[in-house]
Write a protein that binds this ligand. Structure first.
Ligand code: SF4
Length: 264
């Protein structure tokens, strides 16, 4: 729970979400550091996914197709995502997914579990896709949610990038949304980092108290966000992949590691 300190704003919140770009789970960590790019004050430029993001999308697609029991070709997934130059990596990654998924013992499981969370009421509904978002909602979509045979809820994401605190914030948001949607007394978070040397699996178990604390943090953070009207630059501008970093005058120069191709 150390990454998620409770926000403590005493300011009055006016529930006006016109134009707010409520952060999805992957941007929550960034939005804690700087909320400026999520307010009405900025307009993001079109920023197509880079090579690392494309690899992550392709890898997640392979896992989804495998869970759904569909026939697929890794080469086709690589082609669709324009990463044919990394076909060998994707093939190895796919075989790691299959091994991990084959070890699961589950009552049910949902790949690409999109959940739309209303930022004020905290109502959660199943969404059809990452575009299925209504006014006042944000989207949280773990790669896989499943209930094991002991009744514990699991939220798992695969990552093809280097480790980051932002991934745990994302997982915890996934846990609170999944718990509200499916119900459970505890939730196991699992991050699986893929690299050429094989998967690294990191786990954390949350009890009911932890889940309530995350929910309170989420609610208070969303109330505070519209008031974060000044840019607050830092390493997070690039580490958190701020959508406004190319146009924000406060953004520091990109570190060298972001100007070179990332290796999964
Ligand atoms: S680039 Fe940095 S300072 Fe500017 S809006 Fe994004 S996070 Fe904030």
């Amino acid at each position: 729970m150390n990454q998620l300190a409770l926000a403590s704003s005493e300011e009055e919140y006016s529930p006006d979400d016109e134009g707010m770009r409520w952060p999805s789970a992957s941007k929550l960590w960034l939005s804690e550091k700087c909320g400026y790019s999520f307010t009405t004050l900025t307009k993001w430029p079109d920023d197509p996914p880079g090579p690392a993001a494309k690899f992550g999308i392709a890898a997640g697609r392979c896992a989804e197709l495998y869970v759904l029991g569909k026939e697929y070709s890794v080469a086709n997934v690589a082609k669709e995502n324009d990463i044919l130059d990394r076909l060998e990596d994707l093939t190895n990654c796919d075989s790691d997914f299959r091994h991990i998924l084959d070890c699961d013992q589950f009552e049910w499981r949902v790949p690409e579990c999109f959940m739309a969370v209303h930022v004020e009421t905290l109502d959660v509904r199943r969404a059809d896709s990452h575009r299925d978002k209504r006014k006042g909602e944000t989207l949280i979509g773990p790669d896989l949610v499943f209930k094991d045979l002991n009744g514990a809820l699991w939220v798992r994401d695969w990552k093809c990038a280097r480790k980051s605190d932002s991934h745990w914030t994302q997982e915890k948001a996934g846990a609170f949304a999944a718990q509200r949607l499916f119900g459970a007394d505890e939730c196991v978070l699992e991050l699986v980092y893929w690299s050429k040397s094989g998967p690294l699996r990191l786990k954390e178990t949350l009890d009911g108290f932890d889940l309530e604390t995350i929910q309170a943090w989420f609610s208070q953070h969303m109330k505070r966000l519209p008031m974060m009207t000044e840019p607050t630059p830092g390493a997070h501008c690039h580490d958190g992949w701020c959508g406004a970093r190319a146009i924000c005058e406060a953004a520091p120069p990109a570190p060298r590691r972001y100007t070179k191709r990332k290796v999964a």
